[in-house]
Design a protein around this ligand. Structure first.
Ligand code: FES
Ligand SMILES: [Fe+2]
Length: 378
């Protein structure tokens, strides 16, 4: 058996069975989920060059609000300045590299804990004590390095390496598909983080295939999603429309506790979206949920699940109590997925694992695999 780490992960011949109509293809070779070399390649060639979701603009309310995140191995600081602009800055001191802020909060300055260099909310260096004698030191050229940012329907994105299509172009036809749901008017009301024991791609694949519903979600939500429409896919995205009655933000048995649905929706159901490589989200008649997925090496992922509602619902007097049933549904379903994903990862780590064939109910993982391989081998 060929050792996995000896494989040239950028050789297109390695992926000959991955490309084609999903019903003709194999899944990715197992080492795409376990190999350090493959993970380094996908991080550098795909993740670092794509638009990655870093929450929503409503999570940075007011001047000085910040979030410090790890994004594809970069330390990223999201910060809102006095004029309302949201920036993504390298969370790395220009003096000797110390990480500046942690977690989330509100601040007036960005001050380095090591030697007190101080930056404004726009990233400009405002103070550097005892640097007067340093020859040729230019404070104006020592601000925090900026990343590209973009906003789509209130979702905030960062791109770690400049170049490539605009955020709007990347979403393509998904912008029209999601327009009826008025996502820009949603507010994030709850976040829960998970250490998931699987490769980041597996976490996203399961979100966008209907094949596992009966086996994994039989007791929670499988009865809601009875007739998913065929996926709509584009060069860098996929979307699935699941028509159904009521909301999918509650389990079937909690249906009587639903908030009133948004008015003016053209149809009832849930629309799922995946902007490759790592932004997965879903919106139903009264709520939205979405993920920030950060790989932690090839075999583990850190996931933030964010949940939200239209502003009018979130401002209701009975919101906090009723929303708990929604949160319980989302946690329960994610726990169901995460249990089986840990088993999938353990299986894929075995040398006996092989690529497999897809059902007609899982074309999106095949489409994504083809997109990813094109990026890794380019
Ligand atoms: S490393 Fe930040 S001030 Fe020295
Ligand atoms: Fe699932």
């Amino acid at each position: 058996m060929e050792p996995r780490e000896a494989i040239d992960v950028r050789d297109p011949r390695r992926y000959a069975r991955v490309t084609g109509d999903p019903l003709d293809t194999d899944s990715l070779p197992p080492w795409c989920y376990t190999s350090d070399a493959f993970h380094a390649a996908e991080r550098e060639r795909v993740l670092a060059r794509s638009w990655l979701c870093v929450g929503r603009v409503d999570m940075l309310a007011g001047a000085g609000a910040y979030r410090a995140l790890d994004v594809a191995g970069h330390r990223v600081l999201l910060v809102r300045s006095e004029d309302g602009t949201i920036r993504a800055l390298a969370n790395v001191c220009r003096h000797r590299g110390t990480k500046l802020l942690e977690g989330a909060g509100t601040t007036r300055w960005i001050r380095c804990p090591f030697h007190n260099w101080t930056y404004g909310l726009d990233g400009a260096l405002r103070g550097a004590p005892d640097m007067d004698a340093t020859r040729g030191f230019d404070p104006t050229a020592s601000g925090l390095l900026p990343y590209d940012t973009g906003v789509w329907n209130g979702f905030l994105f960062v791109r770690l390496t400049p170049g490539g299509p605009s955020l709007e172009a990347s979403f393509g036809a998904m912008t029209d598909l999601f327009a009826p749901f008025r996502l820009a008017d949603m507010v994030t009301t709850r976040t829960r983080t998970y250490d998931v024991q699987c490769n980041w791609k597996l976490f996203l694949d399961v979100f966008m295939e209907d094949y596992h519903l009966k086996a994994v979600h039989g007791a929670s939500i499988a009865a809601t999603y009875i007739k998913p429409a065929p996926p709509e896919t584009g060069p860098g995205y996929a979307s699935i429309w699941n028509p159904h009655e009521g909301t999918s933000g509650l389990t079937s048995e909690d249906r009587d506790h639903a908030f009133p649905p948004m008015t003016g929706l053209p149809a009832s159901g849930t629309r799922y979206g995946w902007l490759y490589p790592s932004f997965a989200f879903a919106v139903t008649v009264d709520s939205v949920w979405f993920f920030e997925v950060e790989p932690d090496g090839p075999g583990r992922s850190r996931v933030a699940m964010h949940m939200g509602f239209p502003r009018a619902i979130a401002e209701r007097n009975d919101f906090a109590k009723k929303a708990e049933r929604y949160y319980a549904r989302w946690h329960c379903v994610l726990d169901e997925d995460n249990r089986v994903l840990a088993l999938q990862q353990q299986g894929l780590e075995s040398p006996a694992a092989r690529a497999g064939r897809y059902s007609f109910l899982e074309p999106v993982p095949s489409r994504f695999a083809q997109w990813l391989v094109a990026g890794v081998t380019a």
